[in-house]
Design a binder for this molecule. Structure first.
Ligand SMILES: Nc1ncnc2c1ncn2[C@@H]1O[C@H](COP(=O)(O)OP(=O)(O)OP(=O)(O)O)[C@@H](O)[C@H]1O
Ligand SMILES: [Mg+2]
Length: 358
């Protein structure tokens, strides 16, 4: 099917070279799955592509199995840019910045509570009066729709102003989960993931929020690279759990951000002490304090501890992050969110000028 589609697309001439799109190297990926044709098209900055997109769409619809066509554009620099291909590209200057501050929430390994922390930091900021947006960059396992009670959203609307984010209690949310069916894993190659993330970042009508929180997928793969290539991130928050005493995984995440010159805003210890739902008594099930010690050892701020609570787990399923409301867990997120903003402010300060005496 993909071959048939590629052949059809190759009959469309590339407006610049006149060669077929495939022969001209304009196609970065072509796939047909479950009736959806996904085509990753390379475009140059400021290139008018409406006509081309329409031609691609009608060619794709000629393939019997195709019910829906999704065209993802990836920004190509014109040839001769002189950049080292292996080095992360900087964000495109042409695209408007999606937010005043962009903060990624990441971890070296899965399941430590990145998404829970990302959603609740966003909620804490919104509660404090900030305009907040969330981008779920976890294309393979998006959990932001569930955390914000947006599981019913099927598809995103695109208007003249751009892709319209969903609204969750005043927070603007975009997730790949809105475009896929639950339980249907997205099987995409690297360029497709990069294209989807670039498109979300560049083409969403974010509405100039104060802070955009990006929930990162686990690991150090294509999504991370795509983000680094598309926008300049103000900083990253690394979530850890206390049992990662060696915190090797957190170090891996830190190393990845350092490669793209992204400041580390701090470490946050999730699933710290267990708060008993009956008596409120804290118990140190996984130990406690390892993250603070690690942050001190590597010289990055420690943003705080989030307790392990049944309420937090339950709220993940009900779709209203705890940090919107009041209570000890909401307070812990509020403190962490403020520490994160303080750290971002520090990170923006220019390095002190060193004056050498003669
Ligand atoms: N502090 C906490 N107290 C209780 N449960 C928690 C807490 N933090 C996270 N959880 C639960 O742990 C599970 C994993 O959390 P979450 O999905 O946020 O992790 P993640 O690091 O984003 O995972 P992935 O790597 O799959 O993206 C979820 O069921 C969540 O509700
Ligand atoms: Mg997650």
């Amino acid at each position: 099917m993909s071959d048939e589609l590629t052949a059809k697309l190759d009959r469309i001439p590339d407006p610049k070279t006149g060669k077929g799109l495939q022969a001209a190297g304009r196609l970065d990926g072509v796939a047909v799955r479950n009736g959806v044709a996904t085509i990753v098209l390379k475009v140059e900055p400021d290139e008018a592509i409406d006509r081309l997109k329409a031609d691609i769409e009608s060619a794709a619809r000629e393939v019997d199995e195709v019910d829906r066509v999704q065209i993802i554009t990836t920004l190509q620099r014109p040839a001769g840019g002189g950049r080292d291909k292996a080095a992360p590209r900087q964000a495109s200057a042409a695209a408007p910045r999606p937010a005043r501050q962009i903060i990624a929430v990441a971890a070296g390994k899965g399941g430590v509570g990145k998404s829970t922390v990302a959603a609740n930091l966003a909620a804490a900021l919104a509660k404090a009066g900030q305009r907040v947006a969330v981008l779920d960059a976890d294309i393979h396992g998006p959990s932001i729709p569930r955390l914000f009670g947006l599981r019913d959203i099927k598809g995103l609307r695109k208007t003249d102003t751009g892709i319209e984010p969903a609204d969750a209690h005043g927070v603007r949310v975009v997730s790949m989960g809105f475009l896929t069916k639950p339980g249907q894993p997205v099987v995409w190659r690297g360029p497709m993931i990069q294209g989807a993330i670039q498109q979300f970042l560049n083409e969403t009508y974010w509405g100039d929020p104060d802070v955009l929180i990006i929930d990162m997928p686990p690991g150090t793969g294509d999504a991370q690279l795509a983000i680094a290539q598309t926008v300049s991130i103000d900083g990253a928050v690394i979530a850890c759990t206390p049992q990662d005493l060696a915190l090797d995984d957190a170090r891996k995440a830190i190393a990845m951000f350092e490669k793209t010159h992204t400041p580390i805003l701090g470490l946050i210890e999730n699933m710290s002490v267990f708060l008993c739902p009956h008596c409120g008594e804290p118990s140190e099930i996984f130990g406690h304090g390892g993250t603070r010690a690690e942050a001190e050892a590597i010289g990055v701020p420690f943003l705080g501890e989030i307790p392990l609570t049944i309420e937090l787990r339950e709220r993940s399923d009900t779709g209203r992050p705890v940090a919107f409301d009041d209570g000890p867990v909401a307070d812990a997120f509020a403190r962490a969110a403020m520490a994160m903003l303080d750290s971002a402010r520090e990170a923006r300060k220019p390095a002190p000028e060193i004056v050498f005496s003669s």
